[in-house]
Write a protein of this length. Structure first.
Length: 256
C-alpha cells in the first residue's frame, strides 16, 4: 500500500490499510489512522495526528509550520479526525504555543482545492470549505457550516453552526448560528432556511429560530433587550438557546 517512491520517516506510525501514493512525504512523529488514503505528492509534516478513513488528495500540505512570525519551531500539533476529505493544494497548519499548541479538525469535513486552515483553528464536524476559502489563525467553525469559495475569515472570529457564507465574503465579526451572511465586511441577511429544512429541523424549531432572528436583527431593539425578549419567548428551544449563548459569548461582536 506504500508506493516505492514515497518517503516515510522511521518514527511515523501508519495503521493497517493506510495507502501512500507516489512521491509523498510523511514526516517524523506523524500518526495516520487505519484506512486513510494519501495521494501522490502529498506532504504531511511532523507532529500531525490523522484519524481513520481520511482521503488526502494529490499536492495537499498537511501539518506544515504555522505562518506566524512569532513561531520558533516549538512542538505544536495538527489533530485531524475521521473521514475528512482534503482536496488538491489544500493547506492545514499546526498550532502555535500562544494558541494552545493545537489546530483541531473534527470529522466528515470537506476541504476543497486551495482552501486553507491556519494555526490554532477549531473546525468542528461536517463543515464544507469551498475552493480557496481561507481561515486566519484562531478561527472556530461550528458543525455543518458551509463556507463559499474565495471567502476569508479574520483572526479570532467564530462561525456558528448551520451557517451559509456566500462566496467572496470577508468575515470580520462573528456569524451567529443558523444564518446566511454575505459581503465585504459580511452582514447577516436572514436564516439558512433551506439548509435547516434539508437537515430535518422541525417546523416549530425553524419558526423559533426565525422569530429569534427577527427580534435580534430586525426589531430595532438594543442587543441586551433583544436577548431578553428572545429568552423569555423562545428560550425553551435548544437551538435558540445556542443562538443566544453564541451571541453573549462573542468577543469580536456579531455581524448585524
Amino acid at each position: 500500500m506504500i508506493h516505492s517512491t514515497a518517503i516515510i520517516h522511521p518514527t511515523a506510525q501508519l495503521d493497517a490499510g493506510v495507502s501512500v501514493g507516489p512521491y509523498s512525504i510523511i514526516g517524523e512523529q506523524v500518526k495516520v489512522g487505519a484506512g486513510t488514503q494519501v495521494g501522490a505528492h502529498v506532504v504531511i509534516e511532523r507532529w500531525t495526528e490523522i484519524g481513520r478513513d481520511n482521503q488526502i488528495f494529490q499536492f495537499a500540505s498537511v501539518g506544515a509550520a504555522p505562518q506566524d512570525l512569532k513561531f520558533q519551531g516549538e512542538e505544536t500539533w495538527l489533530v485531524l479526525g475521521d473521514r475528512n476529505r482534503i482536496r488538491e493544494f489544500a493547506t492545514l497548519h499546526r498550532g502555535t504555543p500562544d494558541g494552545g499548541g493545537r489546530t483541531v479538525v473534527g470529522n466528515d469535513n470537506l476541504f476543497m482545492a486551495y482552501s486553507h486552515v491556519a494555526h490554532d483553528c477549531r473546525v468542528h464536524n461536517r463543515v464544507v470549505m469551498a475552493n480557496a476559502a481561507t481561515l486566519a489563525g484562531h478561527v472556530e467553525v461550528e458543525d455543518n457550516a458551509i463556507l463559499g469559495g474565495l471567502m476569508a475569515v479574520h483572526q479570532f472570529c467564530r462561525i456558528g453552526c448551520h451557517t451559509m457564507i456566500s462566496g467572496g465574503s470577508m468575515i470580520a465579526q462573528d456569524i451567529p448560528p443558523y444564518t446566511i451572511a454575505q459581503g465585504d465586511r459580511a452582514k447577516t441577511i436572514g436564516i439558512n432556511l433551506v439548509g435547516l429544512k434539508r437537515r430535518g429541523f422541525p417546523e416549530a424549531t425553524i419558526r423559533g429560530i426565525k422569530n429569534a432572528y427577527r427580534l435580534m436583527f430586525r426589531s430595532g431593539l438594543r442587543l441586551e433587550a433583544a436577548l431578553e425578549r428572545i429568552e423569555l419567548e423562545y428560550g425553551t428551544i435548544p437551538e435558540v438557546k445556542h443562538f443566544t449563548a453564541f451571541i453573549k459569548e462573542s468577543q469580536r461582536g456579531i455581524a448585524r
